[in-house]
Write a protein that binds this ligand. Structure first.
Ligand SMILES: C[S@@+](CC[C@H](N)C(=O)[O-])C[C@H]1O[C@@H](n2cnc3c(N)ncnc32)[C@H](O)[C@@H]1O
Length: 225
């Protein structure tokens, strides 16, 4: 479904107290209503970042959104003193008032909040050093047509759900993503739908269903052979 550039987004609280955004046009939230931070830490930080044994991780995210995954990855990079080079695609960036409002509801320390601000303030289309261990490039583009000249060790596949944006979960999209993955690279997503799993397999990825975070029975993890 093509979204309207001016789509309405309403701030909402999730089960762990952290904020998310609700899109009435899609009847869809940006994160799990059971806990935005809890979901992000489980699906992406724990199942991907913490599984890769490399001094520097190159990562691609589909859907920069509120920047929450990027923020938690930045915090992880600083904590573990491990370099993360984070590239994220987004077709409908939040406005400054929207991300400032979102930030108000983050209960993190002031230092951490300053990472969040830097992540949002940095220029698009240019790789920027956000902190000592975290570099970020925000790419304003459409995932359905984007072709990356670069390859990655990790993919955070965090598009809106396959029931509302099926065009972002097709075999073609996963073929394109697979071409961006280095051998052994890991992709994680919160969806566990059978069709998504089959579309990933059709793109040559090795896929497994694993138990999900609170409120989500299972999620999908895929690796590039
Ligand atoms: C589930 S949200 C991402 C949440 C985000 N990772 C975070 O941490 O807040 C999905 C995102 O995909 C973006 N999106 C929708 N269609 C897109 C497209 N065709 N290309 C790129 N991004 C798209 C939406 O605007 C939204 O920000």
């Amino acid at each position: 479904m093509t979204l309207s550039v001016s789509m309405q987004r309403i701030l909402a609280r999730t089960g762990d107290g952290s904020p998310t955004l609700y899109v009435p046009e899609l009847n869809e939230h940006y994160h799990s209503i059971h806990g935005a931070i809890q979901e992000s830490l489980f699906v992406y930080i724990d199942k991907v970042l913490r599984q890769i044994d490399k001094p520097e991780i190159r990562l691609f995210e589909t859907g920069f959104g509120t920047g929450l995954n990027a923020f938690l990855s930045c915090r992880e990079a600083e904590k573990e003193k491990r370099i993360i080079c984070y590239h994220s695609i987004e077709l409908y960036p939040l406005s400054k008032p929207e991300w400032l409002e979102f930030a108000k509801y983050l209960k993190e320390s002031e230092t951490d909040k300053s990472f969040f601000e830097r992540i949002h303030e940095c220029t698009w289309e240019k790789e920027e050093q956000i902190t000592r261990f975290f570099r970020l490039k925000k790419i304003k583009a459409d995932l359905t047509t984007y072709r990356s000249p670069e390859t990655y060790d990790a993919i955070f596949f965090d598009a809106f759900g396959p029931d509302v944006q099926a065009e972002l979960w097709t075999p073609e999209i996963f073929r394109n993503i697979s071409e961006m993955m280095n051998p052994g690279a890991i992709l994680s997503t919160y969806s566990s739908k059978g069709q998504v799993r089959r579309n990933m397999q059709a793109a040559g990825l090795l896929v497994s269903r694993i138990p999900g975070p609170k409120g989500k029975r299972q999620i999908l993890l895929a690796t590039k052979p």
